[in-house]
Design a protein around this ligand. Structure first.
Ligand code: NAG
Ligand code: NAG
Ligand code: NAG
Ligand code: NAG
Length: 964
């Protein structure tokens, strides 16, 4: 604000008449010069912050964003300029002052602009582009000759374009993935190895965007094909690329896309995989044919899947070999058919399967596309169970080559009603995962690029779509318009238009699809309106996904979808109006997460079948009482809890006997206590309960599922806070009348507390008081964070407590303290004994902190004892020690002590002007195992004045030092 004010002031100054302005420039000369210096120093501080953050965040998977790199360069450039201006300013004569004053002011504006650009709310780093990463791929069985042939062309100079041809499922893509990964290792041969999956139908604009993305470039969304082509031509013209276009179906010309022709001279290469030889010939490729596997190779691959033990049964082995023959050497068929036989050991069953397979293939012309289709279909049919089959088919609603997140897929199956009703959400999720595993084991689903994903082989997906002619799938195809009326056939059952760029739907678009059950429109981010009649003739609709669109309201025709069970509106951040929903009697799931609504949709209370309600709506003002009382089947209830008015009465929730997940703000502490006393929480597998305001940084960990946050409460008396005994994470914020965690009697009964955050509590003097209570709960703690506790004087009061009592904090891994202004000693020697699992210590902005570890009592007393032995303090697991802004810090440990921290990797000492001695021994020796890798120091001079107990340390560690 202040900056804007100065800018406005400057602006006003600028519009006054010239002579006046000249006088002002004189008058303001000094001020301007001073401002300029200040601004520059602010900017440089920011740069240091940005660079520090980069240092921490850049890793093998993440790189700095281009804009961030550019900004840092700009700062460096402007520094030189400003230094120059300042030099002139300091030696300026009276007459040049007016001009220089003006110049200074101009530069201030420039600095302001750079400063503003220096906020990177979206973060500083991004994932490195896929280009540099190998593609995960199964082992290659056979096909070595083909691979070598292609590699030969790529390494040689004669053949610039290669067309890898063969029928679907023969393994073209697999071979190319192996080649892609090998090319990455041959770094010097090509600048860029670019992989793009093309698929049917060819979309030139999408292809252009994808090639650009792989080259770290991004194009604007609305550029036309021709201008994209000329820009792409320029970008690609500068590098020696190898471009792999996988799964090409249609002819195109390189020029139309913007790909410079590869030639002997430029050394670039293009490889195309296609089922169609004529497409490759059209482009002028040297054709490499991928032939089917030999029988022996097929057998090997088959046995890899079903296990070699099977050959021990001779009769079975014979049948198996016949079956392998029927796979026609198509690796995909081998894998999928083998997958369908895993675990079958009965000879009759094998023989039966073989006969069935032969029967199906009798009518097939070898070499046609049907050849693979029938073999895959065989495997699909062998799933037998129609639920599993439907789950499989519904995977084809995603775009080709799409990495499907397993968790979402399982939820989707539940939402589509493909998993039978099982009474609890947990049970249904388990069932869904079981189906997923079955499909993965049968090899109909492939592993994705990491454990959390799966994908569908494009040929398998073709098969799925061929089995389901009632599906219309046009996912992620850069459609800007919704398909024409005539495409919405009356017999459609599922439609997926997800992740396109459809921005509006014509007003007269009212598809007549009476048996449509699933409609996926999610991810059309520009879609802001849906015509009123759109759903009027979709009476059978059960699952509707409008998530991640920009709709502002829902069309009225939605109100009559009496069979709708799932309505998904996640991340519809523009959604303000939801019509009367009471007629959606079948609705089980309503997800409004992040919607902009201010009032709860009318009629929710009538949706008696609702099981899943997500009202994480930041603008929602309140919920009427009794809203929940009819919803007795609710399993999952989430209500935004960071608002001051949106609260739920614990009483109302107590009636929800099926609830498993519950996140909300309860009315007040009293209400919370009563709720906990009712023991309803024991039904929950997952809760986040809030009372009062949450702390700004409130950020419950995802791994822990039972979280309580209590803010702005007054405590007093034994019964003042009643906590669930299974709470795993506790946040305490602005408590009044609160001296120590030990005051909370019910904490003593908790047994699972892992993380505890205490913030802005005026009165707290010690975190735990071992003198007044046993406080055994702290022994489970793994993370303890203390922030803004102005009266805190000790972490644990252990005075006079038997030394034999079990060490406390024995599971603590991470400890942080910020702005505890009266703390002088972080840990006493006694306390340290317990901290043997500590991995991370952070202490920041504590004005009076003098020592990290110290004796109980005065340091002098202990040194005066003149005990000749040194005491060794060990923190065997400590990885990070982070000390920042501690103006009084004198010691890390007592003068007569040394520290052994053999796991220490990171040491940060920033603005601790009185610290001299680093009492570390052991870890700093020049051994390959020395763990200490990074030392951050500020200011630079501090490094010179630090004294290390280990005399060689300073030299050895020099290369690991970074100055902030
Ligand atoms: C993309 O940028 C990163 C780092 O800026 C670089 O390592 C990589 O080689 C670039 N890729 C291409 C294709 O230019
Ligand atoms: C709905 O769309 C969201 C956002 O793209 C996605 O995360 C979710 O899995 C989809 N659910 C279903 C049932 O389609
Ligand atoms: C709604 O579902 C019921 C039961 O599944 C079915 O009988 C009815 O035909 C459906 N209504 C429409 C309009 O499809
Ligand atoms: C739901 O509750 C309201 C009162 O909040 C009541 O009028 C209505 O009849 C209830 N509906 C059902 C189906 O029980």
């Amino acid at each position: 604000m202040a900056e804007i004010a100065t800018l406005i002031l400057e602006f006003i100054k600028c519009v006054v008449p010239p002579t006046q302005s000249c006088v002002d420039n004189h008058r303001n000369f000094k001020e301007n010069a001073k401002d300029l210096e200040d601004k520059l120093s602010t900017l440089n501080c920011k740069k240091v912050d940005v660079e520090t953050q980069l240092l921490n965040e850049v890793c093998s998977e993440k790189q700095a964003k281009k804009e961030v790199e550019k900004w840092v360069q700009d700062v460096e450039k402007i520094n030189a300029e400003i230094q120059d201006v300042l030099k002139r300013v300091h030696s300026a004569s009276y007459f040049s002052r007016a001009r220089l004053g003006k110049l200074a002011r101009e530069k201030i504006d420039v600095l302001d602009a750079i400063l503003q650009r220096g906020n990177f709310p979206e973060g500083l780093v991004l994932n490195k582009p896929a280009i540099s990463l190998p593609i995960p791929v199964e082992d290659l069985e056979g096909e070595d000759t083909v691979k070598e042939e292609i590699l030969g062309y790529l390494k040689g100079n004669e053949v610039p374009m290669i067309g890898v041809c063969g029928i679907g499922g023969v393994g073209k893509t697999t071979i190319m993935k192996h080649i892609h990964n090998e090319l990455l290792l041959m770094e010097s041969r090509f600048d860029n190895v670019i992989w793009v999956t093309v698929s049917y139908p060819l979309n030139v604009v999408r292809l252009q965007h994808e090639i650009a993305e792989r080259m770290n470039e991004s194009f604007l969304e609305n550029e036309d094909e021709q201008s994209l082509a000329s820009r792409l031509m320029q970008i690609m013209g500068k590098v020696k690329y190898v471009l792999i276009l996988d799964d090409v179906w249609q002819r195109f010309t390189l020029k139309d896309v913007g790909i410079p022709s590869p030639t002997k001279e430029n050394g670039c290469k293009i490889v195309i995989t296609s089922r169609k030889v004529d497409v490759c010939q059209f482009l002028g490729c040297e054709i490499v044919k991928v032939s089917p596997l030999s029988e022996e190779e097929s057998l090997n691959l088959f046995l890899d899947k079903v296990g070699r033990d099977i050959l021990q049964n001779q009769e079975l082995g014979e049948i198996l070999k016949l079956m392998v023959k029927e796979c026609a050497g198509l690796p995909l068929a081998v894998v999928v058919i083998a997958g369908s036989m895993i675990g079958v050991t009965d000879v009759h069953q094998w023989r039966h399967a073989l006969n069935e397979l032969r029967e199906r293939l009798r009518a097939i012309v070898e070499g046609s596309e049907d050849q693979i289709f029938e073999r895959l279909k065989f495997s699909y049919d062998r799933l037998q169970d129609s639920k599993t089959q439907n789950c499989f088919l519904s995977c084809s609603l995603y775009a080709e080559d799409y990495q499907i997140r397993k968790e979402n897929l399982v939820k989707q199956w539940i939402d589509e009603g493909l998993v039978e009703e099982l009474g609890s959400r947990r049970a249904m999720l388990d069932k869904g995962w079981t189906i997923l595993n079955k499909l993965e084991n049968s090899c109909l689903l492939e592993k994705g690029h990491s454990e959390a994903f799966i994908k569908l082989h494009d040929v398998v997906r073709d098969m799925a779509l061929r089995i389901s002619p009632q599906f219309m799938v046009k996912a992620r195809m850069r459609l800007t318009e919704i398909p024409d009326k005539h495409e919405w056939a009356e017999n459609l059952e599922k439609v997926s238009l997800m992740q396109n760029e459809i921005s509006d739907i014509p007003l007269n678009m009212c598809p007549n699809c009476p048996i449509l059950t699933t409609l996926m429109l999610q991810g059309n981010r520009a879609l802001s309106q849906i015509p009123d009649c759109f759903f009027a003739n979709m009476q059978g609709l059960k699952c509707l996904n409008l998530s991640e669109t920009s709709i502002e309201s829902l069309p009225h025709s939605i109100c009559n979808l009496e069979n709708l069970t799932t309505l998904l509106l996640q991340n519809c951040r523009q959604l303000k109006h939801v019509p009367f929903l009471a007629k959606l009697k079948a609705l089980k799931k309503l997800d409004l997460c992040e919607a902009r609504i201010e009032v709860a949709p009318e009629g929710i209370d009538m949706l008696v079948n609702l099981q899943y309600l997500d009202l994480w709506c930041p603008k929602l003002v309140e919920l009427s009482t009794q809203l929940l009382s009819n919803l007795s089947y609710l399993q999952h209830l989430i209500v935004y809890y960071k608002s001051t008015t949106l609260k739920i009465k614990g009483e109302e929730v107590r009636g929800l006997k099926k609830l498993e997940t519950f996140q909300a703000q309860l009315y007040d502490l009293q209400d919370f206590n009563n709720y906990v006393k009712s023991n309803h929480f024991k039904r929950l597998s997952n809760y986040q309960l809030v009372v009062g305001q949450v702390e700004e940084d409130f950020d419950p960990s995802i791994n822990l599922s039972k979280v309580i946050s209590l803010g702005e409460c007054e405590i007093g008396g034994e019964d003042s806070v009643v906590l669930p005994d299974d709470v795993e994470e506790l946040w305490i914020y602005r408590f009044r009348n609160f001296k120590s965690l030990s005051d909370i009697y019910s904490l003593q009964k908790t047994a699972e507390l892992r993380r505890c955050f205490v913030t802005e509590c005026e009165e707290i003097g010690c975190v735990v008081d071992m003198v007044t209570s046993s406080s055994s709960f702290i022994n489970n703690l793994e993370r303890l964070c203390l922030d803004k506790l102005p009266n805190l004087s000790v972490v644990a009061n252990v005075e006079g407590v038997e030394a034999t009592s079990p060490y406390i904090f024995s599971n603590l891994k991470s400890f942080g303290m910020w702005e505890c202004s009266t703390m002088k000693r972080l840990f006493s020697f006694e306390l340290l004994q317990g901290l043997q699992n500590l991995e991370e210590i952070t202490v920041q902005n504590c004005q009076q902190m003098e020592e990290i570890i110290g004796w109980e009592g005065e340091e002098e007393n202990h040194t005066a004892d003149a005990t000749t032995t040194t005491t060794t303090f060990t923190l065997p697991k400590l990885r990070e020690l982070n000390l920042q802004n501690l103006p009084e810090l004198k010691r890390i440990c007592p003068t007569r002590g040394v520290m052994v921290c053999d796991s220490l990797q990171l040491l940060q000492i920033v603005e601790c002007p009185k610290l001299r001695r680093i009492p570390l021994v052991g870890n700093v020796r020049p051994s390959p195992h020395a763990a200490l890798k990074k030392i951050y120091i500020k200011p630079k001079e501090l490094w010179e004045s630090l004294e290390w107990d280990d005399p060689s340390a300073k030299n050895v560690l020099q290369p690991s030092v970074y100055f902030l």
